[in-house]
Design a protein around this ligand. Sequence first.
Ligand code: ITT
Length: 179
Amino acid sequence: MIYFVTGNKGKFVEARAIIDDLEQRNIGYTEVQADSLEEVATFGIAEVMRKLASPAIIEDAGLFIDHLQGFPGVYSAYVFDTIGNQGILKLMAGVENRRAVFRSVVCYGEPGMEPRFFRGEMEGRIGYAPRGEGGFGYDPIFEVEERTLGEMSLEEKNRISHRARSMMALKEWLDLGRP
Ligand code: ITT
């Protein structure tokens, strides 16, 4: 059994559909201000290992918008909680280049072991208005081939998402016996 330390139920449900053996723990950790998702995760997993001392993962994810030079990126959680999807749509008003990428970095820790990282990405576009009731966070404004992630079922999102890819990479490594 592996703990997934996150306060985000949506993330957990998506990850759990790929790796059976996960249990959500919402014990929190400090998200340092850093330039990369990896750096945030490195500090996070060290803190989690001090608290839990058992196999655990954390995940840092972010939305990187081309036209905004990668913003909100590592600030995605703060930006979502402040200006939200409407704020992003405002920043993108009248912008033609709507290309964006979701990135996920999963960090696996175990007592006495160097942390391991697993990454996933998904390309898409920022829509013009929120659509769909599914998913969480930026899902209603992120389009992949005409539909937003908010309009997809969990199974559909998990066929293409950044998180599904990083979690699949973790799963493969676990299935190989953690080489
Ligand atoms: P934890 O840190 O507790 O895991 P969090 O929601 O703060 O939960 P992140 O810092 O990784 O997680 O998330 C960055 C932001 O990006 C946050 O607002 C999420 O809602 C959003 N986000 C992450 N993955 C997403 C996805 O698959 N679809 C839509 N939004 C997503």
